[in-house]
Design a protein around this ligand. Structure first.
Ligand code: NAD
Length: 312
């Protein structure tokens, strides 16, 4: 029987499907196995966070596919897999809508002071401080989307539903295509000066690292609100903190930071956690892509790819 290793939890419905078709070894939970002890017989791996290095791949002579549950293959030695004839697949787009909707959860949270209001009410203040929580509306404002790929396009569609004018910049996008999606293709320099809300949807590359720094922040409207659900490192966080402290922009909301996965309770690690004290910055802990629907879609796709490869 086919033997499959699943590194981290996947959607229970997909797990049940796989268990009905193969012998499954789990890399998590109470029945957690040590992969290297079973690697000789493994035909397929469904991989989320674990690192699949050259040595681990070499210890898997039967392996035909590493199906990444998610996008990005930083945790797989692609060269070693290719050399050994092992397929490596990903699940692009599975969480695009989830991330796009989270952009608006963050943007509205900032626009309507939701995070502050919830904290105040929890502290027992219903009326006190309420007069300061005057928000702004999205309708009639301009959304600037940096990176018009899968997620950027979903953000554009949702923004139009809110009555926003949408600007986009992307070096590979063409004017007609962007116009057909209801947005206007502009240069990055124009986008950052004209947009009220700026949402970033580009990969982190040497060319995009700190694409928003002190100079760019200084050129934004004082009413500008920046959302980053892409990758930490796209925005220069020190420059952002300074800009927010000086009131040069209205606010920011990030799902990603340069330094993530820090133990917030470890007094020897960053204290306080990076940017929890930055005024006007709302943070969520890299959850933009985490929805029930996205989880099911990623698991279903990874399993479909696995079946295709195993069927030859
Ligand atoms: P995508 O590949 O579909 O689109 C990225 C777009 O960015 C491309 O069209 C590309 O041409 C454009 N781009 C590259 N450099 C640019 C630049 N300098 N200026 C403007 N545009 C540029 O990617 P996607 O699926 O839309 O994902 C976007 C980002 O979201 C990725 O960084 C991904 O890692 C991140 N992401 C985050 C989460 C989360 O949980 N927070 C989940 C999924 C994806």
């Amino acid at each position: 029987m086919t033997e499959i290793y699943i590194s981290d939890p996947i959607h229970p419905q997909v797990l049940a499907d796989i268990q009905g078709a193969a012998t499954v070894h789990l890399g998590y939970g109470p029945n957690k196995v040590n992969y290297l002890q079973i690697s000789e017989n493994i035909d397929a791996v469904i991989l989320r966070a674990e690192n699949f290095t050259k040595d681990i791949i070499a210890a898997s002579p039967q392996l035909k596919i590493i199906a990444r549950h998610g996008v990005g293959t930083n945790n797989v030695d692609i060269d070693a897999a290719t050399e050994q004839g092992v397929w490596v697949t990903t699940t692009p787009g599975a969480n695009s809508n989830a991330v796009a909707e989270h952009v608006f959860a963050l943007l509205l949270s900032g626009a309507r002071h939701v995070a502050t209001a919830v904290t105040q009410v929890r502290a027992g203040n219903w009326s006190e401080g309420k007069a300061d929580l005057i928000g702004f509306e999205l309708s009639g404002r301009t959304m600037g989307i940096i990176g018009f790929g899968a997620i950027g396009r979903r953000v554009a569609a949702i923004a139009q539903g809110f009555g926003m004018t949408v600007l986009a910049c992307d070096p590979i996008a063409n004017e007609e295509d962007v116009a057909a999606a209801g947005a206007k293709l502009v240069l990055f320099d124009d986008l950052i000066t004209e947009a009220d809300a700026i949402s970033i949807h580009v990969p982190l590359l040497p060319s995009t690292r700190h694409m928003i720094g002190a100079q760019e922040l200084a050129r934004m409207k004082t009413s500008a609100f920046i959302v980053n659900t892409s990758r930490g490192g796209l925005v220069d966080e020190a420059a952002l903190a300074e800009s927010l402290s000086k009131g040069l922009i209205a606010g920011a909301a990030f799902d990603v930071l340069e330094a993530e996965n820090i133990d917030m309770k470890d007094p020897l690690a960053h204290t306080p956690f990076p940017h929890t004290t930055t005024p006007g910055l709302i943070l969520t802990p890299h959850i933009a892509g985490q929805t029930e629907e996205a989880f099911l879609e990623a698991g279903t796709t990874a399993w479909a790819e696995t079946k295709l490869v195993l069927a030859g």
